[in-house]
Ligand binder design. Structure first.
Ligand SMILES: Cc1cc2nc3c(=O)[nH]c(=O)nc-3n(C[C@H](O)[C@H](O)[C@H](O)COP(=O)(O)O)c2cc1C
Length: 334
């Protein structure tokens, strides 16, 4: 079965849908491979393909589609505001084994939103309307949207939601923060519950999901079809399986320090490119430990951010993780 058909069947079913959130420079082919070894989600997303007048899909992102190591659906995300270019790119991408085409309406990076792409488009509902119409006409496989709840104010969601409902999109993912809020506290799960009620298509909840008990509570409260998880999955690749266990009413097993250490080794082996300078390799790993460290503690974060070389990296990891005590890896942020 083509992966877009697998994904369509998933969308039509009532089954829980867990997704790994798109994350630039993180959700690569290598990372998907590691996450999938821990059970993984039902569906993966690529980081966004940047679309403009003369863009071509970035080769390294395409690789996670053409060499998808998980056997599960991978959704190709695009970002941009040039309608002919978006249509051209969507048509090109759907020739590859992608599960769906997803439009990014949430990126909060000023360099992106100042050009009125990603989250910046949320200030221009008319433009969104035109883009959704054009892409819906062009895309013959599932077409999905990932959005924030507004640019500056959550009140904007009232005007955005009817737009998403007007175009027959196949899935809406809502990161329940505004663009200017970036990653600050105050995630509006109540607005996601509202979206789940109003939309005919399935809705995924996104934002700050870090534990199985919290996931179960959010699913019950908001009645969404599923969860998209980003930073929580980097920190805790067991999270998808933990959520499934929690929903089956089974005990949720926390990894031990040594199991987290083994996860770091797996990341290292997967991410490290032979011939690359040692300092660059350690830097690359810090991208992950910055997120994983949030679940280990402030002292680990302090020390790991300062290591210059491979030996120091593993010394610090060993010091904090070479033990058999369970780690919840839950959020230290509120
Ligand atoms: C490092 C990083 C890169 C991201 N890149 C993308 C991206 O390419 N496309 C996108 O839609 N969202 C991107 N996001 C946002 C996430 O997909 C997600 O919406 C956000 O992190 C909130 O979910 P979380 O709390 O589960 O991490 C990125 C987030 C992070 C942390």
């Amino acid at each position: 079965m083509h992966l877009s058909e697998t994904f369509s069947a998933l969308l039509r079913s009532d089954a829980l849908l867990l997704a790994l959130a798109p994350m630039q420079d993180v959700t690569t082919l290598e990372f998907m491979r590691v996450i999938d070894r821990y059970g993984g989600p039902e569906v993966y997303w690529t980081e966004y393909f940047r679309v403009h007048g003369d863009s071509r899909p970035e080769k390294w992102i395409l690789q996670s589609i053409t060499e998808n190591p998980t056997g599960k659906p991978v959704v190709a995300q695009i970002i941009g505001n040039d309608i002919p270019a978006l249509v051209r790119t969507a048509k090109l991408l759907q020739k590859f084994p992608v599960a769906a085409i997803d439009l990014n309406l949430g990126c909060p990076a000023p360099i992106v939103y100042r050009k009125c792409a990603g989250g910046g488009l949320l200030r221009e509902p008319k433009k969104i309307d035109a883009i959704l119409g054009a892409l819906r006409d062009a895309v013959t496989i599932p077409f999905t949207v990932k959005t924030r709840i507004g640019f500056e104010s959550a009140a904007e969601f009232d005007a955005l939601l009817p737009l998403f409902a007007k175009h027959p999109i196949d899935l809406l993912t809502v990161h329940a923060r505004t663009v200017t809020q970036m990653y600050r506290p105050g995630v509006r799960y109540d607005l996601i519950a509202h979206a789940a009620k109003e939309m005919r298509c399935p809705v995924l909840l996104n934002g700050n999901v870090f534990s199985a008990t919290q996931a179960k509570q959010l699913l019950t409260e908001t009645k969404v079809r599923g969860l998209m998880i980003g930073r929580g999955a980097i920190r805790n690749p067991w999270l998808f399986e933990q959520i499934r266990a929690e929903l089956r009413g089974e005990p949720v097993k926390s990894p031990t320090g040594r199991e987290v250490l083994a996860y770091l080794r797996e990341l290292w082996d997967n991410e490290i490119t032979p011939g690359v300078k040692e300092s660059a390799q350690v830097q690359r790993m810090k991208k992950f430990t910055n997120f994983i460290g949030e679940g280990i503690g402030a002292e680990f974060l302090h020390d790991i951010r300062r290591v210059p070389a491979t030996a120091d990296f593993w010394r610090v990891c060993g010091h904090f993780l070479n033990h058999d005590r369970p780690l919840s890896l839950e959020s230290v942020e509120k």
